[in-house]
Design a protein around this ligand. Structure first.
Ligand code: SAH
Ligand code: SF4
Ligand code: F3S
Length: 441
């Protein structure tokens, strides 16, 4: 007789850190007899892996939990759990405010999920695990993940953050920065390549400070070793902090053939006054100097960035400095955010006298400028023949396949599924807002 498998439903919010943690959640739950389903009403266990970077992200969690409530009313045996950054921040309080919640697990406690689920199944007891782990325990706890049939994967090189940018909650919800031994990272990459992975994105809140706290090789040296891994075709990394961007790392964009010609380099603001209040550790001139060096060693490089509008006390002059930087750098993409005050951060204590109307107006001016820039950068590719690493069947669902250019831009085109995992030449026929349409050459 076949044993009925238990089913779980998992939704993931936030950044790539949570994506990687979710892969681990999947692996751990499979070990205790659960399989993943794509609809909440078919599951015995409902999980949210949450993000608290901005107030809106946090509110989303409570909205989703609200939608789970009727399911729990119908089936009291249903288990509901919350993990990730909101869980880390709120802990036991979440169990108090959400009476139908069964378990809460923090960012350092993903490995305890099976134990919490088993307890909830057996004793109907509610559990919470949010203590930060010590160094040794964390080093032993870097993701051991599900096997995926995938051409591209993330590999975590470091966890946590020590930068304490004044607006940011991450250091509080992810703990102190810790780098993983390079030998382990390279072994994981080799194993992934043996499974068919062709592109690896190294992940960390601030990859440029990789290894600085430990007796390790530099991040640039790690990239060099990776470049020698046979069978690996492409390397990317994120996120880079401008203050820790060394010349050695910049030179990699000129020297390493597998390193994609793309970098995400968060600016946050173009005003030195605001950058200082943000505790970013660089000036606009420092930032521009790094960008110029990047463009000098790799003229084809394209940059993307993050910008916060409406930081407490931002003046029109500060904002114009940001617009000026955006004009000068000509980012291919920019992720723009309205400042959101996070409890416990230094910026939450600053006086904020701008109206939301004023903030919104600036936000729209910035978006309009960036849209023009993006359009100009991407339209220039029309008619070009570019190498594309094929990742899979296109989400368009019309028999097309898709891949990405070195600039991380999606290209959909007609082609055989046998091409998945291969790099092919594709002529860019049409440029859309978020992707390109191509023709196999
Ligand atoms: N570690 C990365 C990314 C952190 S979060 C880095 O250092 O760049 C991603 C982006 O969210 C940040 O770059 C920032 O632009 C934005 N962000 C973080 N906290 C925010 C807040 N309180 N309000 C608005 N945007 C915020
Ligand atoms: Fe947050 Fe700054 Fe750390 Fe990035 S570097 S995670 S913005 S504190
Ligand atoms: Fe969000 Fe946590 Fe990432 S707050 S952005 S999921 S580290």
């Amino acid at each position: 007789m076949e044993i009925m498998k238990k089913a779980f439903y998992l939704e993931t919010f936030g950044c790539q850190m949570n994506v990687v943690d979710s892969e681990r959640i999947v692996a751990l739950l499979e070990q205790i007899g659960y399989s993943q389903v794509d609809a909440a009403d078919k599951a015995d266990l409902l999980l949210l892996n949450t993000c608290s970077i901005r107030d809106k992200a946090e509110r989303k969690v409570y909205g989703h939990l609200g939608r789970f409530k009727p399911l729990k009313d119908q089936r009291p045996e249903l288990i509901i759990g919350v993990g990730g950054c909101v869980a880390q921040q709120e802990g036991e309080r979440m169990l108090d405010t959400v009476p139908y919640l069964d378990l809460v697990f923090g960012t350092h406690n993903v490995h305890r999920l099976p134990e919490l689920v088993t307890q909830a199944e057996k004793h109907r007891s509610r559990g919470c695990a949010t203590e930060f782990l010590g160094r040794e325990e964390r080093l032993g706890n870097f993701p051991q993940r599900s096997q995926l049939d995938s051409v591209t994967r993330f590999v975590t090189v470091m966890q946590g953050c020590d930068n304490f940018c004044s607006y940011c909650i991450v250091p509080y919800v992810r703990g102190r920065e810790i780098s993983r031994p390079s030998s382990e990272i390279l072994a994981e990459i080799e194993a992934l390549v043996a499974q068919g992975v062709r592109e690896v994105t190294l992940l960390g809140q601030n990859v440029n400070s990789y290894g600085l706290k430990e007796d390790e090789i530099s991040f640039a040296q790690l990239l060099k070793k990776m470049n020698d891994v046979e069978g690996l075709e492409r390397i990317r990394f994120m996120t880079s902090h401008p203050k820790d961007m060394t010349d050695e790392l910049i030179d990699c964009f000129g020297n390493l053939d597998k390193l994609c010609k793309q970098i995400h380099l968060p600016l946050q603001s173009g005003s030195d006054r605001v950058l200082k209040l943000m505790n970013r550790g660089y000036t606009a001139a420092d930032y521009l100097q790094k960008v110029e060096r990047l463009k000098a060693v790799c003229p084809e490089i394209r940059l993307s960035t993050d910008i916060i509008v409406g930081f407490p006390g931002e003046t029109e002059a500060d904002f114009l400095d940001t617009l000026e930087m955006v004009k000068t750098v000509k980012y291919a993409d920019a992720f723009t955010f309205l400042f959101s005050s996070r409890t416990g951060t230094a910026a939450s204590k600053l006086k904020d006298d701008q109206s939301s109307v004023q903030k919104q107006e600036r936000f729209e001016r910035l978006c309009a400028l960036q849209n023009q820039n993006s359009e100009a950068v991407w339209q220039a590719d029309q008619g070009k023949v570019l190498p594309v690493l094929v990742e899979g069947e296109s989400k368009q669902g019309d028999g097309q396949i898709f891949g990405r250019t070195t600039w991380n831009r999606i290209v959909n085109f007609e082609g055989d599924k046998d091409l998945i995992g291969k790099t092919v030449s594709v002529k860019i026929a049409k440029v859309f807002r978020n992707s390109n349409l191509g023709e196999l050459v």
